[in-house]
Design a protein around this ligand. Structure first.
Ligand code: ADP
Length: 866
């Protein structure tokens, strides 16, 4: 490290520089006493990212410095990681003796994909990718749970899988960054946020990787885990695990197996679909927030996983349905199970943290509490009459020995730091108890010592303790001349003098010895308990997974019961038929107006019925909600959940594609139309005869004619070019599309109640196209003044009389159809032109109102009114 000019090299700076040179791409947090300090550029970066004071270590301010208290390291580190930084923790490894420089060493490197916080959400998702020829090998490692999967796929599929996994950090071989970073970031901006990390190419070598993993797990071949030895994915897998071990300094013991990724078992939902449908993340409530009644963090994580990775396996879906059906049918077992789950902690994450060597006594406490609750959970399922429910815990090994050990050994309340003491319960270890007794005795001794000294000297001495000088006898000023000869002066304080004598020193020695013994013994016992947990990591993980499964099923059953969901019939047909479908989120959140159920019926196997539904109707009539309801019901059904409907029959779907324009991606630097087209392109490339395609207002983001032509062509493609017939729901406000004569098209529309007072949306889907677009009525509903509404109606009527295609210049048309009496007035014409060019279909009520205010002001100006 090169020091800035004028800064003198000191031994401490030299030590800092050596470590910083080894970790140039990390912020180096350097332990100094009770603080972790950052220096130079790191200090500036961290002070901005963490909003902490930037100070300087020297009077000339040439060494910028910023620091955080050591006990708050985790919280600050979490913020640095979230901001995308990597952090190297350089800790003191020898005790300061006040004379020599404390030895320090980097003990851990924290990166976005390996960070598993104790209290916050986040499990550290790390991916490794490697491309050779047309295929891409990927490894997906969840640091916080130890789940590890790998496989080799065609490019597109690999990208979908990685994006669906949502890694926080992606390792890639040097030289392939230019290929991967844009591919995984989308063409014009990031789809998901991840930190790319370049690694040496050799680390991704498949043969080396397979050998390394086999040795690491002490097996002869990876075949036992379902991965072929020559599988190139072994290279990516080894790169990921090595990285975890390297950054955690060996802590990867919780990753003890790898499984092949089996996309054929999963209904893939790409990132756009997950976000558009507001499955897990949403500004308001999401599908997850409606379905989540989980009692444990492990259940909550698994529920998110089920929502974002629904199953395609009929057996799996029906297994889950059976469990839920049993729990829905009987209140008692459902309540019993959820009560038993309530006292389980996040054992899965706690064992991962312990294995990654970042765990602390509280993590052991979580394992203990969960193991103590486990028998109750097992009993709640094993006593049930449901065979599937009973089978959930069938593979969980016996953990009673560990449970007893932790129950006996650990104190009820546990400190975060072992050094704080009090980790081991009283009565567990005679040696520790003896040392603790010695301290208690010492305290008693001290009291009697004080009493006897008062008696002996006749002075009201006070015995106390000071951090620097240790035990002392304090004598008030007025008695200074009466102190006995055996008192040795140590310190003068405001009120008097402090002394020691031989007897006090003896008591002090015994206290210190006992304290030292206590911490040494606690440390030894902690290590032993820690080792016992490490020996049972795999068993604890199996138990955690079973608890999580029971928790999610119990949660889904509770929601199904409370919201009157039904069990969908799942089969191998291609039917998607849902009667009385409701939107699971809107029906819970809009409680003032009841949700209007709708039917959805698409059957590609029935040649007599159309399976591409074109839904027309005015803005705000409920088209988008109908589409979303269909997608959400399909997802819930494939999760194994019950669905918000009266009846449902669903043939297993291979992919759900959605193009729903709900999100504003402008902040990500992509125009809405570009996003729309990227997503549409992706759908058209991958759709199959088993897919469900949901397209909302394709083409809305561009001009009328462009948009309509694209929407038209997309419909034609779905109808004519997908091999076999596919299922699609297509909402549009382009009326013209209802006239297309394509064999599979069926027209649906949103019912509108028209009366003299205007229109009312019924939110009911009916057969046949909408009569018209009702844009003008929507303007009226939005409060646009009558004069403008009336005039728009006039303009509309005239426009409809003309063929739009023969005269595409709206400006010219507006002139042509201008009202006679305001004919030559430029200002008046401006008002009319603005009105004629507006498209109520494209306007939000606010925009419409804005326009009305503007036009009103202009018109009043023209008429000479104030
Ligand atoms: P569109 O896509 O036709 O513009 P939306 O689907 O956005 O319309 O729906 C407009 C409003 O109507 C939303 O606030 C929604 O909550 C409500 N809505 C839609 N469908 C229903 C329904 N079936 N029952 C009750 N309210 C509905």
């Amino acid at each position: 490290m090169k020091l800035p000019e004028g800064v003198k090299m000191t031994p401490m700076l030299k030590q800092y520089g050596e470590w910083k040179d080894l970790y140039p791409d990390c912020l180096l947090m350097f332990r100094m006493g009770d603080f972790f300090e950052l220096f130079f550029d790191d200090a500036v970066t961290a002070s901005e990212a963490l909003d902490i004071t930037l100070t300087a270590r020297d009077p000339d301010k040439a060494i910028p410095m910023a620091g955080v208290p050591h006990h708050a390291l985790d919280a600050y580190m979490g913020r640095l990681i979230a901001a995308g930084y990597r952090v190297a923790i350089c800790d003191q490894i020898t005790e300061p003796d006040g004379k020599t420089l404390v030895e320090r060493s980097v003990v851990r490197v924290v990166t976005p994909g390996t960070y598993v916080p104790q209290d916050a959400e986040g499990e550290g998702r790390l991916a490794a990718v490697y491309s050779s020829g047309d295929s891409v090998s990927i490894a997906l490692l969840t640091s916080g749970t130890g789940k590890f999967e790998a496989g080799t796929f065609p490019r597109d599929e690999a990208v979908s899988l990685i994006l669906a996994f949502g890694p926080e950090e992606i390792l890639m071989p040097k030289g392939q960054e230019g290929d991967f970073i844009p591919m995984l970031s989308g063409e014009a901006g990031p789809r998901g946020k991840f930190a790319p990390v370049s690694r040496e190419r050799g680390e991704f070598s498949p043969s080396y990787g397979a050998d390394w993993l086999a040795k690491r797990w002490n097996i002869s071949t990876l075949r036992a885990m379902g991965l072929e030895d020559a599988d190139p994915a072994a290279g990516a897998a080894a790169a990921a695990l090595r990285y975890l071990e390297e950054t955690q300094f060996g802590g990867g013991g919780h990753v003890h197996e790898i499984r092949p990724i089996q996309p054929e078992g999963i209904l893939i939902l790409d990132h756009a679909t997950q976000a558009n449908l507001e499955l897990v993340e949403a500004v308001g409530p999401s599908l997850y927030s409606v379905l989540n009644r989980c009692r444990t963090p492990m259940g909550r994580r698994l529920l998110k996983d089920w929502i974002t990775h629904p199953s395609k396996s009929r057996d799996m879906i029906e297994f889950r349905q059976d469990c839920i059906e049993y729990l829905v049918s009987d209140n008692f077992p459902r309540k019993k199970l959820s009560a038993a789950l309530s006292s389980c902690g996040d054992m899965e994450r706690a064992v991962s943290r312990l294995a990654m060597k970042v765990g602390n006594p509280r993590d052991l406490g979580v394992v203990r509490d969960t193991l103590l609750s486990l028998p109750g959970v097992i009993e709640a399922t094993s006593s049930s009459e449901s065979e599937p429910l009973r089978s959930i815990f069938a593979d969980v090994p016996d953990l009673s020995e560990l449970r007893e050990l932790l129950g006996m050994a650990l104190s009820d309340e546990l400190p975060r730091l072992l050094s704080a003491g009090g980790v081991i319960r009283e009565g567990f270890d005679p040696e520790l108890d003896a040392s603790r007794d010695a301290i208690t005795h010492a305290e008693e001794n001290l009291k009697s010592f004080e009493a006897s000294e008062r008696e002996r000297t006749g002075i009201k001495v006070k015995v106390g303790i000071n951090r620097v000088f240790g035990y002392y006898i304090e004598v008030g000023k007025s008695f200074a001349d009466k102190v006995p000869d055996d008192y040795i002066r140590r310190q003068t304080v405001a009120n008097g003098e402090r002394f020691v004598n031989e007897r006090l020193k003896d008591i002090e020695r015994r206290v210190y010895r006992a304290e030292h013994e206590i911490s040494r013994r606690e440390e030894t016992l902690y290590k032993e308990i820690f080792s016992s947990v490490m020996a049972s990591v795999a068993a604890c993980q199996t138990a955690s997974r079973a608890i999580a499964t029971a928790d999610v099923l119990s949660s889904l059953a509770e929601v199904a019961y409370d919201n009157s969901y039904v069990r969908p019939m799942i089969d191998d047909s291609r039917i998607f038929s849902v009667m009385g479908a409701r939107h699971p989120v809107i029906e819970r959140t809009h409680t003032t107006t009841p949700f209007t159920p709708n039917d959805i019926s698409l059957d590609p196997d029935n040649a007599n019925s159309g399976c591409i539904a074109v839904i027309t109707g005015p803005n705000m009539a409920g088209k988008s909600t109908y589409l979303r309801t269909s997608a959400l019901v399909a997802i819930m059904a494939h999760m194994g959940s019950f669905v918000p409907a009266e009846e449902a029959r669903i043939g297993v779907i291979d992919r759900i594609f959605t193009r729903i324009g709900a999100r504003d991606e402008l902040s990500l630097g992509r125009s809405t139309f570009m996003v729309e087209m990227v997503e549409t392109a992706d759908i058209l490339r991958h759709v199959t005869a088993r897919s469900l395609v949901i397209l909302d207002e394709v083409g809305r983001g561009t001009s009328t004619y462009d948009g309509m032509s694209i929407a038209w062509a997309v419909l034609e493609f779905l109808d004519l070019h997908v091999e076999g017939r596919t299922k699609a729901l297509f909402a549009t406000h382009y009326h013209e599309l209802t006239d297309l004569s394509l064999p599979q098209l069926v027209n649906l529309s949103m019912a509108v109640d028209e009366s003299v007072d205007g229109i009312r949306f019924l939110h009911k889907v009916v057969e046949g196209p909408a009569d018209r677009s009702y844009g003008v009525e929507v303007a009226r509903l939005a409060g646009v003044p009558n004069i403008v509404v009336r005039r728009s109606q006039e303009i509309l009527d005239e426009l409809e009389r003309e063929s739009l295609s023969s005269d595409r210049n709206l400006g010219a048309m507006s002139k042509k159809y201008a009202q006679k009496e305001i004919f030559f007035d430029v200002e008046r014409e401006g008002v009319i032109e603005e009105l004629s060019q507006c498209d109520p279909n494209q306007m939000t009520p606010m925009e419409a109102l804005d326009m009305v205010f503007r036009l009103r002001q202009k018109s009043r100006g023209i008429l000479g009114l104030k």
